[in-house]
Each structure stands twice: as C-alpha cells, then as structure tokens.
Design a protein around this ligand. Structure first.
Ligand code: FES
Length: 142
C-alpha cells in the first residue's frame, strides 16, 4: 500500500517502512569498537530525539563505503535512517558530493511514503549524515 506523503490525515505506514523498522539495516550497537572516518550527531527540535551517524569513506573515490547509525527516535526515524544508510552505500557507495545533497523527500520516496506529521523524523538521518561528512572533511583537510 502506498502512502501519499502529502496526505495530512494518513497515519498508515507502508510495507517498506515496516520492513525497515522491524529489521533496521546498518544499525550500530557498539560504537566503542567501530572506527569511523566521520561522525554526525543531531537532535530534533520538534521532538527532542537524537540521531547519531558514523561513516567510513573511500578517500580516493570520495565515496561512502559504510554508514552506521543509532537513534533514540521513533519508528519513522528508524525506518528513514535505515533506508538512508542503504541509499548512501548501495552501488559502490554514494559520492560525498551527492550524499550532501540527499533530501528527506528522496528517502521518503524510497520508503513509499511517510505520514506527513512524521516528516521531521526523516530529516534527522539526512542532517546527521551531512554532519558526519563535514566531520570527515574537517578531519581530512577537506
Ligand atoms: S517523533 Fe522524534 S524522531 Fe520521530
């Protein structure tokens, strides 16, 4: 079933959202042993939830090779960040320049929609990955 992201009254979650919520991809449970090239942590002004994203980068190709994350956010934040982590690492990894321009709308489209009031949850992942890329670039003289 396809949700219309513009439908304010719709609270139904798509099959894809449910799939990523119940089986999140690239979740990081133990950051103490994970060596990241960049880390981004953001909080949501709308709900106070937190999101952390860790990335590994191929410096020659300037592509993201791994994207791990963890959140204290809701089901929508979990599903949208899980999808975001898939999008930036599929097909050999997304170029950093492209990943910086990734939009919540693109993530929501891949999720087959999110309830309109959950838009702010989908923003967390893409803001955190921007911070992680910024962190990577600062650490590597970018
Ligand atoms: S309500 Fe806080 S991330 Fe969704």
């Amino acid at each position: 079933m396809k949700n219309n992201p513009g439908d304010v009254g719709n609270w139904l979650y798509s099959e894809t959202v449910r799939d990523h919520f119940f089986a999140p991809r690239n979740l990081l449970l133990d950051e103490a042993t994970y060596e990241a090239d960049g880390i981004g942590i953001v909080g949501s002004p709308a709900c106070g939830d937190m999101m952390a994203v860790w990335i590994r980068v191929d410096p020659k190709a300037e592509r993201i090779t791994e994207c791990k994350w963890r959140t204290f956010g809701c089901a929508s934040a979990i599903a949208s960040t899980s999808m975001m982590s898939v999008m930036v690492t599929e097909e050999g990894g997304m170029l950093l320049t492209r990943a910086k321009k990734l939009t919540p709308e693109a993530i929501i489209e891949r999720l087959d929609g999110l309830p309109d009031r959950k838009y702010h949850c989908s923003v967390l992942g893409h803001l955190a990955i921007r911070e992680a890329i910024k962190d990577y670039e600062q650490n590597h003289g970018g």
